[in-house]
Design a protein around this ligand. Structure first.
Ligand SMILES: Cc1cc2nc3c(=O)[nH]c(=O)nc-3n(C[C@H](O)[C@H](O)[C@H](O)COP(=O)(O)OP(=O)(O)OC[C@H]3O[C@@H](n4cnc5c(N)ncnc54)[C@H](O)[C@@H]3O)c2cc1C
Length: 321
């Protein structure tokens, strides 16, 4: 019998999050994929999950999951896992799902592997690929013993299409304990940004400490805007307070895979490469010809980013005019 693999689907504005669909596609390639959707929009979302690989969907359409942080979902999932004991529960690494995974692990005494970039079965054993310290990779194994929980890295897998698949939908009748309604979401604020989100952008222009000072980051933003891309950053300049954490790309930031990644004033530390080396084309601008970023670059420009970035922006604008 094939392995049953559950995926918890996160909802964003009533739609399944792309990161959850990526994980669902991977689950469907590994075994029998079953999805769990919790939230006011769960019933509407359930039928469309077949096209992304789900053979069955467990649904609890209740706004409590949207209005209270994590605990209601942890209660419902704990009971479900206990009843059904799937081989695996996969979750995309997001703030909310990370929290849920950790609580499920502790409450149910289950094994949890984080930051996975690939999964495969070797007989009964699950082998999980986890990047470790930049370029190194370790294979963690999960013996067949209870449900294994795995948090996967965003963009590790592509969204897969399973045309014509119609999932069986099971509507759960669960009552949510009032004790789980402890952390109420009082407000949620969308971070205003002009261009595409960093995770979805097909062009990213990133800046690092080589820009010299925070005000010079506008040179990166201007090129990103001209290319209709998104600006990104290294940890060095996020830690320096130039930009919020949401801009950070790398091992402890976001993982991106754009078609084009422009790195300006970035040395190319392994922790930064871990988040962007899957980009299709990489252009590096650095005044040190020995900078490690050039080892992953398709095109290297040795020079001053403060001079080259505005020239590039003007040229892009001129050609687009
Ligand atoms: C556990 C851990 C996790 C980490 N996670 C991350 C992470 O997620 N993301 C991340 O980015 N880093 C991460 N780091 C930090 C990482 O090791 C590097 O310190 C960081 O990436 C360096 O950022 P940088 O390239 O901006 O700065 P630097 O390494 O200081 O490089 C600046 C570069 O700019 C060049 N330069 C200087 N002036 C100019 C100019 N005028 N024009 C062109 N080039 C110029 C220099 O030659 C140099 O190569 C992590 C570190 C640790 C220990």
């Amino acid at each position: 019998m094939s392995n049953t693999i559950w995926v918890l689907i996160e909802l964003e504005n009533g739609q399944p999050a792309r990161s959850s669909l990526e994980v669902l596609g991977k689950a469907a390639k590994l075994g029998r994929a079953e999805a769990v959707v919790l939230g006011a929009a769960a019933a509407e979302v359930a039928p469309i999950l077949g096209a992304y690989g789900a053979e069955k969907v467990y649904v609890h359409a209740d706004a409590t999951y949207d209005n209270y942080l994590t605990l209601p979902a942890v209660d419902t999932l704990s009971a479900l896992l206990n009843d059904h004991q799937p081989r695996l529960l996969l979750l995309a690494t997001t703030y909310e799902l990370r929290d849920i995974a950790a609580r499920l692990m502790v409450r149910n005494n289950l094994g949890l592997i984080t930051d996975a970039t690939d999964l495969a079965f070797a007989g009964e054993e699950l082998q999980v690929t986890v990047p470790w310290g930049g370029e190194n990779v370790v294979t963690a194994t999960h013996p067949h013993q209870g449900t294994g929980i795995v948090l996967t890295r965003p963009k590790a897998f592509a969204v897969e299409q399973f045309d014509g698949r119609t999932p069986e939908v099971e509507t759960l009748s669960v009552s949510i304990n009032s004790a789980a309604q402890a952390i109420k979401i009082v407000d949620s604020v969308d971070v205003a940004s002009e261009g595409p989100a960093l995770e979805d952008a097909s062009i990213i222009v990133s800046g690092g400490r080589g820009l010299g000072k925070a005000e010079n980051f506008q040179l990166v933003e201007a090129l990103a805007k001209a290319l209709q891309g998104a600006p990104g950053a290294t940890r060095a300049i996020v830690d320096a307070g130039w930009l919020p954490y949401s801009y950070q790309i790398g091992q402890t930031g976001k993982t991106v895979k754009p078609t084009l990644y422009v790195a300006a004033g970035i040395s190319g530390a392994i922790q930064h490469l871990a988040g962007m080396k899957g980009s299709k084309y990489i252009i590096a601008i650095n005044k040190d010809e020995n900078a490690p970023i050039f080892s992953v670059a398709d095109l290297g420009v040795i020079g001053d980013a403060l001079t080259i970035l505005p020239q590039l922006t003007e040229e892009v604008k001129r050609r687009k005019a």
